[in-house]
Write a protein that binds this ligand. Structure first.
Ligand code: G7M
Length: 331
């Protein structure tokens, strides 16, 4: 894409401006060479690409996502649109619409330089559920985490105010119960029907849900109460319309809590991954060490090294390669 070329009315270079500023590199998407498509999701209208930049060391992952319509721009679309006919049957017509008005841009996330772990994360893969007992956690998951985790620098940058400062919605500086609330990387911070915020806890060393016990209740309750009030005040969304949850397993092992608009089907909201904060608080109130004792199910991709750790112990089996599957099915 040429530097001056526009997608949806926003110059291509402006759409990735956040990323360029954060990366402090002079990056131009026209220098991006696609190596392979990692995955395509027609429902979510996303395509994830692996590539590299001309004259730059390192791999890159580019995530492209078409965005929802904005109600305010509908009139611009219909005012000057050309409809190209696909077919007509009785009163039903199917067309492709080419509006003259520029629509909203393509949400673009760039990970550069990207590690092989980043690439694996976005690659389409068979997924399995693992029922993690407290012993599996201690003997398999935890040792794996101490060796193989995503870097948390972006989290520390937010906590110490050296990145995304202008995006912060609310900050509580208490070292034990404090947090920073800000829009998730996936949200542009504008359309409330795709609202997605993250509260990152101030204390270090709480890796995930597994570590939470009764001493963390003041932290969890503080986050719940202050973030819900701030979201109502800033975005006008009441708590009854928010999904407030934690991921297990998360991608990043520094505790953070997700706040999304209930009617928005955000990625990672399914039963095998998300735990409502209200349920977490309630479970700990009923049993202070609930999350140390419970068997927690989680989903893991075959390409993830955590899967391999469980596979090596004979707890889960890899799917046969696709061709084999197809041969089996046709027999
Ligand atoms: O799965 P897990 O609970 O670890 O989710 C981590 C969340 O952090 C995801 O929803 C990401 O979109 C979000 N996220 C990841 N990074 C690298 C950033 C970042 O640099 N800034 C912000 N604001 N959110 C991020």
């Amino acid at each position: 894409m040429a530097e001056s070329e526009q997608v949806g009315g926003i110059p291509a270079n402006e759409q990735i401006a956040d990323v360029i500023v954060n990366h402090q590199h002079d990056i131009n998407l026209s220098d991006f060479a696609v190596k392979r498509v990692l995955s395509v999701n027609p429902q979510r209208k996303t395509i994830f690409l692996e590539g590299c930049f001309k004259d730059k060391e390192g791999k890159a992952v580019l995530l492209l996502e078409k965005q929802a319509f904005e109600e305010k721009s509908v009139a611009h679309i219909t005012a000057n649109a050309e409809l190209s006919k696909l077919f007509v049957n009785d009163c039903y017509g199917s067309y492709e619409c080419f509006p003259e008005a520029k629509l909203n841009g393509i949400k673009t996330t760039l990970i550069f330089p990207a590690t092989d772990k980043h690439i694996k994360k976005f690659e389409s893969q068979p997924i399995h559920i693992i029922e993690e007992t407290k012993d599996y956690y201690k003997n398999i998951t935890l040792p794996h985490l101490t060796q193989d985790q995503f870097n948390l620098q972006w989290v520390y940058n937010i906590l110490d105010g050296s990145a995304e400062v202008d995006r912060v919605v609310l900050e509580d500086k208490d070292p034990n119960t404090g947090f920073v609330l800000l829009p998730d990387l996936k949200w542009d911070g504008k359309q409330t029907d795709s609202l997605y915020l993250l509260a990152i806890v101030r204390p270090h060393g709480i890796l995930s849900l597994r570590d939470l016990h009764n001493e963390h209740l003041p932290l969890l309750i503080n986050i719940r109460d202050k973030c819900l009030a701030a979201i109502l005040e800033r975005y006008g969304v009441p708590k009854s319309q928010l999904r407030v949850f934690l991921h297990y397993q998360p991608s990043f092992y520094h505790l953070h809590i997700h706040f999304t608009y209930l009617q928005f089907e955000a990625p990672g909201i399914h039963a095998e991954k998300s735990h409502l904060l209200s349920t977490v608080i309630n479970n700990i109130q009923l049993k202070p060490d609930y999350y140390q004792e419970a068997t927690l199910a989680f989903a893991v991709r075959e390409s993830d090294n955590l899967f391999t750790s469980y596979e090596n112990k004979g707890i889960v089996k890899r799917c046969p390669p696709k061709e084999e599957n197809e041969t089996q099915n046709s027999n």
